[in-house]
Design a protein around this ligand. Structure first.
Ligand SMILES: Cc1cc2nc3c(=O)[nH]c(=O)nc-3n(C[C@H](O)[C@H](O)[C@H](O)COP(=O)(O)OP(=O)(O)OC[C@H]3O[C@@H](n4cnc5c(N)ncnc54)[C@H](O)[C@@H]3O)c2cc1C
Length: 323
């Protein structure tokens, strides 16, 4: 295995041309290399590239460099005040030490925590296409109830990505074919027959930054994460809620769910059930039912459906209280 550093890559374009696997904080990649799950031939260290700034956008939005550490993003004053859901999602993830290493780009591209993906003794179509899926008939308590297929039911584990989904973030990249901007909503793929393809990035394409649009004034947001223990645990279900309420009515709603989908799950169904309605528990429950209407339980994870609904209702209550 070869390791390139910035001094060799010199620029984003140089790193992209090297056509290797990028390493940022290394908190996903190194673990999986030790487990023999990922075996890159060339690793390109991008840590010295100038992609570590959080800057205001001229239109009032925010630009977040791919190498901004999760801690720096979570504690940024603008993020805490205007994009509370993002700060809360980041602080609910991992541990302080990990958040000091983990980056924005790496977090979006972190790999599933499916036990069978991480253990090479088991069949896994995501790790080894065509080998089968041990989770389908295995212990599938943590697995997806939305977006799964006969080839894969692994959950996308990121909290940050769920918040960014509800904030309608855009991912900016630089790759062999130049630069492009991809709505986060179009960035992730459901597994279908090809679970090894998790997103629309081309080989060698690098995330350079993420942008968040300005939110309408009066918008409130919140992230609620439900898990087996209070800290240092991945979500069984989570809800990212971005809403504006005027005169007791929900004017605008953006909803995303974590822990239940094969990708960070934007729920347009819940948004439709909320917008224009009174901000009360009855409306919230209808939105939660709509969000989970297509959910398909496996043998051990049926509890996630009600858990996700209750989580969304509680997140909406918290966000709209006294609005
Ligand atoms: C014990 C533990 C607990 C955790 N708990 C949580 C949790 O509760 N919630 C949560 O959301 N996360 C959790 N995480 C995951 C953690 O957030 C991720 O490991 C981290 O965000 C990945 O970022 P990184 O910079 O270290 O990525 P790396 O490991 O450096 O990279 C991850 C992947 O992204 C690619 N990559 C990195 N940067 C770029 C780029 N700019 N462009 C293109 N490709 C790139 C790499 O090639 C690699 O495939 C946990 C991790 C651990 C180890």
């Amino acid at each position: 295995m070869e390791v390139f550093r910035y001094s060799q890559a010199k620029s984003v374009e140089g790193a992209v041309r090297s056509n290797g696997t990028f390493i940022a904080g290394g908190t996903t990649l190194v673990d999986l290399m030790k487990l023999n799950v990922l075996r890159p031939t060339t690793v390109v260290d991008i840590n010295l590239l100038p992609l570590d700034k959080i800057e205001p956008e001229p239109n009032g939005g925010l630009r977040i460099g791919a190498l901004v550490r999760n801690s720096d993003l979570a504690w940024n004053a603008t993020v805490k005040e205007k994009y509370t859901v993002l700060s809360e999602a980041l602080l609910s993830g991992a541990s302080p030490q990990l958040r000091n290493m983990a980056t924005t780009g790496g977090n979006l591209l972190q790999k599933t925590r499916c036990y069978y993906y991480r253990d090479t003794n088991y069949a896994c179509n995501k790790r080894d296409p065509g080998s089968g899926c041990s989770a389908l008939d295995g212990f599938n308590r943590i697995h997806a109830v939305l977006g799964g297929s006969k080839a894969c039911v692994a959950v996308h584990p990121s909290d940050m990505a769920v918040a960014m989904m509800a904030l309608e973030a855009t991912v900016h990249t630089n790759g062999p074919k130049g630069e492009r901007a991809i709505a986060l909503n179009d960035f992730y793929l459901v597994p279908g027959d090809t679970p090894q393809h998790e997103n629309v990035l081309a080989p060698g394409e690098m995330i350079t930054h993420v942008t968040l649009p300005a939110l309408p004034s009066g918008t409130r947001s919140h992230y609620l994460k439900l898990r087996d223990r209070a800290q240092y645990e991945f979500a069984l279900a989570s809800a990212a809620v971005v809403v504006k309420v005027s005169g007791g009515r929900i004017e605008r709603a953006r909803i995303a769910l974590g822990g239940v989908g094969t990708k960070p799950w934007r729920s347009h169904e819940a948004e439709r059930a909320l917008e224009g309605q009174s901000a009360n528990e009855d409306t919230f429950r209808k939105a939660a039912d709509a969000a989970m209407a297509e959910a398909k339980p496996l043998k051990f994870n049926g509890f996630k459906i009600e858990l996700a609904k209750r989580g969304l209702v509680r997140a909406l209550k918290t966000t709209t209280e006294s609005a």
